[in-house]
Design a protein around this ligand. Structure first.
Ligand SMILES: *[C@@H]1O[C@H](CO)[C@@H](O)[C@H](O)[C@H]1NC(C)=O
Ligand SMILES: *[C@@H]1O[C@H](CO)[C@@H](O)[C@H](O)[C@H]1NC(C)=O
Length: 558
């Protein structure tokens, strides 16, 4: 479908705006002066930005996506460097259920258009990154998403205004110096700054982002790779057969995704070096804190590894540097390396955000991510949400929120939260007779894709009505982070992986978001019970059957 056809489907954006406005908002005069205004601004036309654009478009909202590149998905035009995605593209499951099939399709974005499934873009189980670029391009075009290409947002700041939805507008300035004013800012810029560890000699390292991908350039070389993630192993895999040997150095032990169940750990497809190491070939894995490291260049221009400690004692000439081990051993790392390659992952680019936004980095283990609440809203500024890879601090090393097959659902949850907050649209739910309670839940367990991918993060909520009555008035309040939820109500535990049974989750529709832990409190004292919750994908069957005795308490299911 072309842009034109899509425009026919959605109508011109100006027209949509008129009926999209929430009555409460109509009372507020639209700002008449100042920079052009939009309700929703999305930064970045990668998978997360386009996913959010899709939901905004479907809901008829006033939005724009700002993208610095001329086309969507520019990250995938260059990365992964060796072009093979490690997200699976399972085209056959033996089932026709589209929801179920998404469990095994890690590349598609959510849309109503079955032509926009990744299966139509590649037949490879591990697809080529170029197919992702083509897919995202089609996704933006066919759905007629409003993306402003070639628009680099150079600076983002806050402008306090009592009229604004959140008490302030976000002012975005592009490379031409034009300002754009936004009520809500959705940041989907991913992680784009190569992570560098500073140590003496770190300037001698080449980065994953620029090192040659031609194996010929590594013929007969001794190579040291810093890092132990998929990019490190992907780099090693490519040159394994032509080097003398590869040593890989990282702070801690390699974690294998087949052991940890975490998709960001080393995947079997990249672990060729482990094979040659375990089978006693020359390649090796070493553990050391990179910040203690020093690399010195010797007279032949080769690189030698030592510890910063020794460097500080010596006089910086490579031949005089003590190595960490006893002289009599033949410590493997005493060899000189021809190249040192840094494959240390990526950080969020904080540089464009003004201090007034108070967008800070997360804690020790999530330094590379901006600090957000469980609702993905920035802790520093109301109305600023982080989507996509950069939102992974919420479920880092726990679930799939850093990857397309996870964040397509968390983007949807953020959109539903915004629909409720700013437009009074209730969270989608279905009603079932109580006699179908078990089968409805089992059906969700067997088929729901969002719960499956985002186990431990998204949840369904089931509310029971009193017989013939209404759902009892309940509200959600913050709960102490240490309060233990009762055991009952944890029906969906089956979706949790063993060992990953942390109770996260938060929220019911409304102002329930924003607390990492929340409690469901209902007015009837004996129905009062709590549960820690966290970003649920709300399904709300209100269950009642006339003539039955009063049904039991409302329940949250994770
Ligand atoms: C973006 O810039 C490229 C050249 O850098 C140009 O070919 C393309 O037409 C531009 N696209 C838009 C939408 O302005
Ligand atoms: C520095 O190292 C060189 C050997 O490369 C040695 O000849 C010289 O004595 C050392 N100087 C000091 C001050 O240790």
């Amino acid at each position: 479908m072309s842009l034109l056809a899509a425009a026919g489907l959605w109508g011109p954006p100006g027209l949509l705006l008129t009926f999209a406005l929430h009555p409460a908002l109509c009372l507020r005069p639209a700002p008449t002066s100042g920079p052009p205004h939009r309700d929703y601004c999305v930064l970045g036309a990668g998978p997360a930005g386009l996913q959010m654009a899709y939901f905004l478009q479907r809901a008829g909202r006033d939005y724009a996506v700002f993208e610095r590149a001329p086309r969507p998905g520019s990250f995938f035009t260059r990365y992964p460097r060796h072009r093979k995605l490690i997200s699976i593209n399972k085209r056959h499951t033996g089932k026709a259920n589209a929801e179920f099939n998404l469990r095994h399709d890690w590349n598609s974005l959510l849309s109503h258009d079955p032509r926009l499934l990744f299966r139509h873009y590649s037949s490879a189980y591990f697809p080529d990154a170029g197919d992702m670029v083509r897919y995202l391009d089609d996704f933006a075009d066919r759905l007629g998403l409003h993306v402003l290409y070639n628009t680099t947002i150079a600076h983002v700041t806050l402008n306090k205004d009592r009229q604004a939805w959140n008490g302030h507008y976000f002012i975005l300035t592009d490379q031409m110096g034009h300002a754009h004013r936004c009520s809500v800012l959705l940041v989907a810029t991913g992680l784009s700054v190569p992570n560098q560890v500073d140590f003496p000699g770190s300037e001698y390292t080449e980065g994953y982002e620029s090192v040659s991908v031609d194996p010929k350039d590594f013929e007969g070389q001794n190579v040291l790779i810093l890092g132990r993630g998929n990019s490190a192993f992907e780099t090693a895999e490519n040159i394994l057969g032509v080097t003398n040997f590869i040593h890989m150095l990282s702070r801690s032990r390699v974690r294998l995704s087949w052991a940890t169940h975490y998709v960001g750990d080393l995947r079997a497809i990249n672990n060729g070096l482990l094979d040659t190491y375990q089978l006693k070939s020359l390649d090796g894995l070493l553990e050391s804190d990179l910040t203690d490291l020093a690399i010195v260049k010797d007279r032949e221009g080769k690189f030698r590894v030592t510890l910063k400690f020794f460097l500080e004692e010596g006089n910086q000439s490579a031949d005089a540097i003590t190595l960490p081990q006893d002289d009599n051993d033949n410590f493997a790392m005493r060899v000189a390396y021809d190249r040192v390659i840094r494959c240390l992952g990526w950080n969020f680019d904080f540089s464009i955000f003004d201090k007034s936004l108070r967008l800070s980095s997360g804690g020790e283990f999530s330094k590379k991510y901006p600090l957000v609440k469980a609702s993905y809203e920035s802790k520093g500024s109301r109305g600023l949400f982080v989507l996509g890879t950069a939102s992974h601090s919420v479920d880092y090393r726990k679930s799939a929120g850093g990857f397309i097959h996870g964040f397509r659902y968390t983007a949807r949850a953020i959109h539903r939260l915004l629909e409720h907050r700013h437009h009074g649209v209730a969270w989608p739910s279905t009603e079932h007779p109580v006699s179908q309670l078990t089968s409805s839940i089992i059906r969700r367990i067997n088929e729901a894709s969002g719960l499956y991918q985002m186990f431990g993060v998204l949840a369904d909520v089931v509310l029971l009505k009193e017989a013939g009555g209404e759902v009892p008035p309940c509200r959600l309040g913050p709960a102490s982070a240490h309060s233990h939820p009762p055991h009952r109500g944890r029906f969906l535990d089956g979706l949790d992986r063993p060992g990953g049974a942390h109770l996260t989750s938060e929220a019911l529709p409304g102002e329930l978001f924003g607390h990492r832990s929340a409690k469901l409190l209902c007015s009837n004292p004996y129905t009062q019970w709590g549960a820690r919750t966290h970003n649920p994908e709300i399904k709300r069957p209100s269950l009642h059957q006339p003539g039955q005795p009063a049904t039991p308490t409302p329940a949250i299911f994770h």
